[in-house]
Design a protein around this ligand. Structure first.
Ligand code: TXA
Ligand code: MG
Length: 311
């Protein structure tokens, strides 16, 4: 792996794009300070230019060169980094981050990924890396190198780190006025309960205005497999595969993918996108999804499923 990490670092330093594993999903990385490199990411993904990217950094010290951290923001980072928590903080203009990365906003989304390969590439390249999920905009996020190669065959270099551990994108938060509350912009592996326990401050979910969302990527339609997704399914209909949860029997005779036999929500999160990719590979016309409890990381699972089901 050592040579591949060196190669990835070189490509990134030469304004190239590399797909790499994080603990959440695979990212499509580029030097965040280089317009040409960042433009390639938008182009490969077919991503609308108004949707800003998360910048990945080695640690808090690197993050503080790019954004302003309040006391509570710094505390959250100390508890959860490296890990699947992204903070949206005021941007330091002098940091030289490409305006394409922030889509012209005066804030920036920052996170330090926990995956050892991502950390090695950050160290090796010495760069801050803008990296959205490594999929075509609007499609299901990749949790394996194979998903990346299928969805984005034109990416030059894919660093293979196996299946990702968390399976869902990072939790995104922003501090409210005067650090009085934490605003949840996207649910993810770091749960509301964990955030509140870490700093004793209430987490509020932002009802995002669909016409002008605070987090522009929170547009409803997203994560869409080719097959139509039907939620809270109690039965299965002709042509559908079944995405199961628990030791159940519904749909075992059609394409069936169990998110978790043991009803373990972390396992279900880890397997969710792989399950959606698998369903498309079976050629089903629809996916009947069995009910999944809306607690802990279940909130993030249901958030992704709702978007996958949106017309
Ligand atoms: O786990 C993850 O976060 C993965 C891995 C690769 O790190 N990345 C990821 O990136 O999910 P992406 O681009 O698929 O989602 C980034 C989200 C988008 O919804 C975007 O709108 C939001 O972050 N975002 C980025 N910058 C923002 C900002 N300044 N203010 C509000 N939202 C922002
Ligand atoms: Mg994405």
């Amino acid at each position: 792996m050592r040579e591949e990490v060196i190669r990835a670092g070189e490509i990134l330093q030469q304004w190239g794009v590399v797909a790499l594993p994080t603990e959440t999903v695979y990212g499509l990385a580029a030097d965040a300070r280089n317009d040409i490199a960042v433009r390639k990411v938008f182009k490969l993904k077919g991503r609308p230019s108004f949707n800003p990217l998360i910048v990945h950094v080695k640690d808090l010290e690197a993050a503080e060169q790019i954004g302003h951290f309040s006391e509570v923001a710094r505390h959250l980072v100390q508890v959860f980094w490296p890990g699947p928590l992204t903070l949206v903080v005021p941007l330091k203009k002098e940091a030289g981050i490409s305006g394409l990365v922030t889509a012209g906003l005066d804030t920036i989304a920052l996170r330090s990924p926990a995956h050892p390969l991502a950390q090695m590439v950050l160290s090796q390249s010495g760069l801050a890396l803008a990296a959205p999920s490594a999929n075509v905009s609007g499609t299901v996020s990749p949790t394996s190198a194979e998903h990346v190669r299928q969805g984005l065959p034109d990416v030059d270099f894919v660093l293979d780190g196996g299946a990702t551990a968390k399976g869902l994108e990072s939790t995104i938060v922003q501090m409210g006025e005067g650090d009085k509350e934490i605003i949840l912009l996207r649910p993810g592996p770091i749960t509301i309960e964990a955030l509140e326990a870490a700093c004793g401050i209430k987490v509020v979910s932002l009802e995002q205005d669909q016409d002008a969302p605070v987090s522009p990527g929170a547009l409803l339609k997203h994560y869409s497999p080719k097959a139509a997704v039907r939620l809270f399914a109690q039965d299965h209909r002709p042509g559908e595969g079944v995405l199961g949860f628990g030791a159940e029997t519904v749909g075992r005779d059609v394409p069936f993918y169990n998110l978790s036999e043991q009803e373990d929500l972390n396992e279900a999160a880890q397997r969710l996108f792989a399950g959606l990719h698998w369903m498309d590979a079976q050629g089903v016309s629809g996916i009947a999804v069995r009910p999944i409890p809306n607690q802990g990381i279940g909130l993030a699972i249901n958030d992704r499923l709702r978007r996958a089901a949106a017309q």
